[in-house]
Design a binder for this molecule. Structure first.
Ligand code: NAD
Length: 292
């Protein structure tokens, strides 16, 4: 990229914030990286691993004269973090986030960063893992992945260009959407699957013979439930933040289950096979197209 950030401040030096820091450092796109966190242990790990150069002494001095502030905390923490930085932001400091939901983050920015909306770029990297914390961070996480940005009408185009350039430096492709469209799409293809994975594992785990059941679970169970190993706090926050869209998706899914239930009850193999065929073809076609 054509410029170097003087100071990058990461709130939440976990998988997502830490990977952003590592990728930009590796590309030589940033001079200094400052970490702000909730867990001293995680920040120490981040320092030891070279994800950040130093831990912030306080929020005011951390954000002062920063080129970019990245909010990579669970979405339930965004309000508190925005409120804490708001009085200390320099006019030219760009603020962006990596939250998995966008309507709530945009509403919070209106509430807590009203004077800074021209420099606030909401974003969501479509990359991740079921692992958390600085130890899970990788400079490669965003390579070949999409990042969705949902700029506000009041945005300064230069701020979007900078955030785009930084994500492209991480190896990602940037796409634009409205916050509403973003939240509807990801309710269907991300938030619903996570809810279902948690529900399935919970169903097995809360049975008296769960140990025996788990002992027989194999690769199908592993594939379906991998994401149930994700951070409970993060997913609580995402589900609550996007609950309107998620409830709609859950209703649609329940109707699908009801169809399958009726087919099973009636022993209707042809109907079941029809659905399985359609789904199997769609899944295989998707997997072929997907490069990440
Ligand atoms: P993580 O648990 O690895 O990292 C979050 C970090 O934020 C933790 O180190 C935690 O200590 C810190 N933190 C929490 N509250 C804080 C506060 N008030 N102030 C400062 N630090 C605080 O989680 P992650 O996977 O990196 O997720 C971070 C954000 O990225 C979330 O908003 C999540 O929705 C989003 N996201 C996650 C994924 C994924 O697959 N993990 C993908 C895309 C976006």
């Amino acid at each position: 990229m054509g410029f170097q950030l003087n100071k990058l401040v990461i709130f939440g030096v976990g998988l997502i914030g830490g990977s952003f820091a590592l990728a930009l450092r590796e590309a030589g796109a940033v001079r200094e990286i400052v970490g702000v966190g909730r867990s001293a242990g995680n920040l120490e790990e981040a320092l030891r691993l070279g994800v950040i150069d130093r831990v912030a002494v306080d929020v005011a001095s951390a954000v002062q004269d920063a080129g970019l502030v990245m909010l990579a905390v669970p979405v339930g923490q965004m309000a508190a973090v925005m409120a804490s930085i708001s009085p200390h932001l320099s006019a030219q400091t760009i603020v962006t986030d990596a939250g998995s939901t966008k309507c709530d983050v945009v509403a919070l920015a209106h509430q807590h960063l009203p004077g800074h909306l021209a420099c606030f770029v909401p974003a969501h990297p479509i990359a991740g893992a079921e692992k958390s914390g600085a130890t899970a961070a990788s400079a490669e996480l965003y390579r070949g992945r999409n990042v969705v940005v949902t700029p506000l009408p009041e945005i300064d185009p230069a701020a979007v260009s900078t955030v785009r350039a930084l994500w492209e430096t991480c190896g990602a492709t940037v796409r634009e959407m409205t916050p509403q469209a973003h939240d509807e799409v990801f309710a269907a293809v991300s938030h619903l699957p996570h809810l279902l994975a948690f529900a399935l594992v919970e169903d097995i785990a809360s049975r008296s013979d769960s140990e025996e059941l788990f002992s027989y679970a194999a690769s199908g169970f592993r594939d379906f439930t991998r994401i149930a190993g994700s951070s409970p706090e993060m997913w609580r926050d995402i589900c609550l933040a996007n609950r309107t869209a998620l409830l709609k998706e859950l209703e649609v899914y329940q109707a699908q289950l009801a169809r399958l239930y009726a087919m099973l009850e009636q022993g209707d193999g042809a109907a079941l096979e029809g659905i399985f065929n359609h789904a199997s073809q769609a899944r295989n076609a998707w997997a072929l197209k997907k490069t990440d």
